[in-house]
Design a protein around this ligand. Structure first.
Ligand code: ADP
Ligand code: GN1
Ligand code: MG
Length: 357
């Protein structure tokens, strides 16, 4: 760490940084325990090559959302993020070592979940991500920077895995041959979403692109959704990315890094709850092709995430934060176990989708 976080927070006129916060895999997140409280983050510039563009997107998107929330009679300070500007009136602070920092108001009386014990949380999450897309359906997509190019382009992600295998930078390839074989076996699905998008059958929308359950804050008391957070990857994309990625994480029976794979399967009850919430919100604009691809999008986004974890393990853990040896490999294994299970449940998933259309 080549910065003093207390010195950094002084550029936002905020004191008392009390330490790391949350379970994100990308940014360094700190809590500032003032009254009011704040979240201070170092933006991961290995992942986001242009942090200024990330912040331009976030300011544009949150201003748009605040207006929509206000018009609907909601609380714009609680139902979306609020960027705190620096003393120099900038949306982030760049230090002399090239680190970028930003600050948000802390959303009080809220919790985020890594696993949903109660499937009803998935219903609220589905509604929230559907509503999020709806509120952005008139946001000018041409104003958005592509913060990570080809973020959910599954064929590109598979190619990145193949390059990692070829380079074998960490020398770990020999130990992961079963996972590599699994990844290769499933390439038959790789192009399904990108082909439908290229053919104009699946529309480009403004999407969140990182719809993990822990990127939603729930009200501590009522259990309902307060706010969708982690807006770094809001970009033009497909609704299928948001649906599939949310289910990859939210409908898993266990943690993303669970070592005991017997505890990992795809939970259809959670899938049903989320589908009910999401499709309910999106029913006015969802297309026939999107409906058809909803179940397979879950398999694809889970497969894609598995290939990313596996590639990162083979590359020597350059991208995702890890907290133990083999962490990315454990994550890849849960994703592949889920892919295997989802494949057997596609027909049932189709029936569930049809119920809510
Ligand atoms: P990452 O990109 O690393 O996942 P996030 O922006 O998702 O970073 O933040 C990490 C965690 O910090 C979130 O999962 C959430 O628990 C917490 N968090 C982030 N922003 C806020 C906020 N404004 N108010 C309360 N908690 C927050
Ligand atoms: C990362 O930032 P976080 O932890 O919410 C990643 C997602 C992955 C996810 C896997 C910018 O999400 O794409 O699906 O980890 N975000 C980025 O848990 O790469
Ligand atoms: Mg996050």
């Amino acid at each position: 760490m080549n910065y003093d976080i207390n010195e950094i927070s002084s550029h936002f006129a905020v004191e008392k940084v009390i330490g790391n916060y949350g379970n994100g895999h990308i940014n360094d997140t700190y809590l500032c325990d003032n009254a009011p409280r704040y979240i201070l983050q170092r933006i991961n510039s290995n992942v986001f090559k242009s942090p200024e563009e990330v912040m331009e997107n976030i300011e544009g998107v949150t201003l748009h959302l605040k207006k929509k929330i206000k018009d609907a009679g909601g609380d714009p300070d609680r139902e979306t993020l609020t960027v705190v500007r620096t003393l120099e009136n900038k949306n982030c602070y760049k230090d002399n070592n090239g680190n970028y920092f930003r600050m948000y108001r802390f959303i009080e009386n809220s919790v985020s979940y890594d696993i949903a014990e109660d499937p009803i949380l998935l219903y609220y999450a589905g509604k929230a991500f559907g509503r999020f897309q709806n509120m952005l359906d008139d946001f000018p997509a041409e104003n958005l920077h592509e913060t990570i190019v080809d973020f959910h382009n599954t064929p590109v992600r598979v190619n990145q895995l193949m390059s990692a295998i070829e380079a074998n930078k960490s020398g770990r390839l020999d130990e992961v041959m079963p996972e590599v074989e699994f990844a290769k076996k499933y390439t038959k699905y790789t192009n399904l979403i990108t082909d439908a998008m290229d053919a104009g059958e699946v529309p480009l929308r403004v999407t969140h692109n990182d719809t993990k359950l822990n990127n939603i804050l729930f009200d501590e008391k009522s259990g309902e959704v307060v706010c969708v957070i982690d807006l770094d990857t809001v970009m033009p994309g497909s609704m299928l990315y948001d649906f599939g990625d949310a289910m990859r994480f939210g409908a898993a029976s266990g943690a993303e890094d669970e070592k005991d794979l017997k505890k990992i399967w795809f939970d259809l009850e959670k899938f049903e709850q989320f589908t009910k919430g999401f499709v309910g919100e999106m029913k006015d604009t969802i297309t026939k092709k999107e409906i058809e691809l909803l179940p397979i999008s879950v398999l694809l986004m889970t497969y894609e995430c598995g290939t990313r974890f596996l590639a990162d393990h083979i590359n020597g853990d350059e991208y995702f934060k890890i907290h133990r040896e083999g962490h990315n490999l454990d994550r890849a294994r849960t994703q592949f176990k889920l892919v295997y299970d989802i494949e057997t449940k596609l027909e049932e998933m189709k029936k569930i989708v049809e119920k809510y259309i």
